[in-house]
Every structure is written in C-alpha cells, then in structure tokens.
Design a protein around this ligand. Structure first.
Ligand code: SF4
Ligand code: SF4
Length: 325
C-alpha cells in the first residue's frame, strides 16, 4: 500500500480559532485522517520538536501554519517546517495578513510589556517583574523565547505556497483545499484558495446597495441596530465588503454584522485598508473639511477598523519605532 501523504498543523500567534476550524470539519475529519498521516498537530497530539527535526527534509507533503510570527520560537518552527514540507499553506488571517495580533504593530514590545506587567488595573506585580530572555534560579538557567518588536505575517518570514483566508477559514474551503492537495489539482503557487471576487459581489444584500452611495452619518453596531435586509454601507455602517475577497459565505452579514475584512484583499489590491478608505472617502456626504472631520470622528478606531486584519502586510506595516502614539 502506498504511504499516505504526511501533513503537519502548527500554530503561531493566534487565538486557537483556526484549530477549531479544523475540528469544524466534523465527521469529514475522519476522511482526512484516513487519507493522510498527521505528523504534527500540537493542539491535539503529542509530537515534539525533535520528532520533526529527525524527519528528512521535504518529507512532509503539506504544512498548514496558522497565526502570525511574534516570537523567536515561532520563527524557528516555521523555518523548520518550511525545510521539512514540500508545500506550506498560510492558514487563516493571521498567517495570511498578520491578523488581529498584527494590530500590536501600533506599539513596541516595551509598550506591550508596560501594559501587561505594569499598567493593567487588576495586576499584582509589586516587584515589577518582567519576562527576561535568560534568568538563573537555584543554579538553573531558564531561557524564554524572544518577544519581537514587530508582528509578521508568515510570508514575511518564510516562503508560502498557498493562502487559506479567513478568521477562521470556513470548513468548506479547508476541505476543498485538502481535496485539491490529495488530487494534485492545486492552482499555481502563490494563490489564495478562495474566489477572486469582492465580498459585495456575492453578498445577499448586494441588490439593496445603491448605485450612488452617500453616507451622512457613520453608525456602529454598538450604538445602532442595523436593518437586516439592507446593505450596511447604505445604512452608514462601515462594511469592508467592497475591499474584501468573497468566499466566506457572507458569514458576518448573515449574522447582521458588517464585514470586517478577514478574507483580505483581492489579487489586484496591495493594501486592503487604503482600498477601502479610498472607496469610503468618495461616498461621504459632506464635502467641506469640518463635515468630513465630523464623520471621521465617528470612526473611533480607524486602524482597527480599516486594517483590522492586514496591518503587517499593508503599506504601513507598523508604527515607526520611536514615534509616539
Ligand atoms: S457593503 Fe457589505 S452589506 Fe453592502 S453589499 Fe457589500 S458586503 Fe454586502
Ligand atoms: S463577512 Fe467579512 S469579516 Fe465576516 S467572515 Fe466574511 S470576509 Fe470575514
């Protein structure tokens, strides 16, 4: 019997939702387990780093890696998996674009540590202890992975062959990718494994989006209830659909939430936030500076709104170190 293809799953800086997404395959996971030999899946199975190091280079058919790269340990792992795997798939928004962890690029490591180990109101840290790269206790030396200043998407650290978008990728896209891998029918390398169509083009509310939009007031789901049948942008809610790749099944819109942009941009767009901002600015009703400022003040977190998933891979990448917030 021919050996089954070896598959690895690994997570870097992520919330665990991408691991849940694999479990969301439900009983299909039994078909996957039957068809492949899982050689690494830290969330579910006890493999050690030295097990992977002992494998011949290129002996893993596919490594699915989720999460952004924030720590030196993650950097070591992704280099190791790149060496051992024939195909590397960036799995989910954080590996694809930097994701939510990438918003930490608005701060430096020092500022992150100040918040976590000094400023949090519920914190008890009278000795002002901070994580150290190396510390000695009872004659034993303890080393911790380095916490980098800048969060990176996977392809900013190692070469990536394919991208499975989404926070988290939906089960049908994951299963489609696994079937294409097994059948050897993957598209050319570098492809995002979801149709290159805007979320608006496949949105159930697209017919209620007027030809000519005009936004006189920016609304938020925290303060306004959205009509469940009308295009969010037409109602004044920021909806990233015009600048976001479709393929998620309009999950948020179906739940009466605007699209936040987790599938990232379409192939021809290099900066999702700038693409959306350009479209958004063109439909603001006020044309005078004071009126435009009033509307922009109604978006309290512009970076977290327009670059929620894509800051590390945008043209901005991060706040310049040394420049105050
Ligand atoms: S802006 Fe949002 S709600 Fe309107 S059509 Fe596009 S994705 Fe749908
Ligand atoms: S609607 Fe937008 S934010 Fe929601 S899952 Fe789809 S692409 Fe992601």
């Amino acid at each position: 019997m021919a050996a089954k293809p070896k598959v690895a799953f690994y997570w870097c800086a992520s919330c665990g939702g991408c691991e849940e997404a694999v479990v969301d395959l439900n009983e299909t996971i039994l078909t996957v387990v039957d068809a492949v030999d899982i050689v690494l899946w830290p969330v579910a199975m006890d493999f050690k780093k030295h097990d992977v190091e002992a494998m011949p280079d290129q002996s893993i058919a596919v490594a699915f890696i989720n999460g952004a790269v924030r720590m030196s340990e993650q950097e070591e792992w992704v280099h190791l998996l790149r060496r051992k795997a024939q195909t590397v798939v960036a799995f989910g928004s954080c590996a694809h674009l930097g994701g939510i962890p990438g918003l930490a690029n608005l701060n430096t490591r020092r500022e992150v540590f100040d918040t976590c180990y000094a400023d949090v109101p519920s914190l008890q840290n009278p000795a002002a202890t901070r994580p150290q790269g190396t510390s000695v206790q009872d004659h034993l030396t303890l080393t911790l992975p380095e916490f980098f200043d800048t969060v990176k998407a996977l392809d900013q650290v190692v070469g990536v062959d394919y991208y499975l978008p989404g926070c988290a990728p939906p089960a049908d896209l994951i299963w489609g990718a696994i079937q294409a891998i097994l059948a050897g029918t993957l598209p050319p390398k570098g492809a995002v494994l979801s149709p290159n169509k805007a979320a608006c083009d496949v949105c159930p509310r697209k017919d209620s989006k007027p030809e000519r939009l005009e936004i006189a007031e920016v609304k938020r789901v925290a303060t306004h209830i959205a009509d469940p049948d009308t295009c969010f942008l037409a109602q004044g809610f920021v909806c990233m659909g015009p600048a976001t790749r479709g393929g998620c099944g309009s999950r948020c819109v179906e739940g009466n939430m605007p699209c936040r942009g987790c599938f990232g941009p379409m192939d021809e767009v290099s900066d999702q936030g700038a693409k959306f901002l350009s479209a958004f600015a063109s439909v603001l009703a006020p044309k005078d500076e004071a009126g435009i400022d009033r509307l922009l003040d109604q978006v309290p977190d512009p970076t977290g709104t327009f670059y929620r998933f894509s800051l590390p891979t945008s043209l901005l990448r991060r706040r310049r170190i040394g420049v105050p917030v």
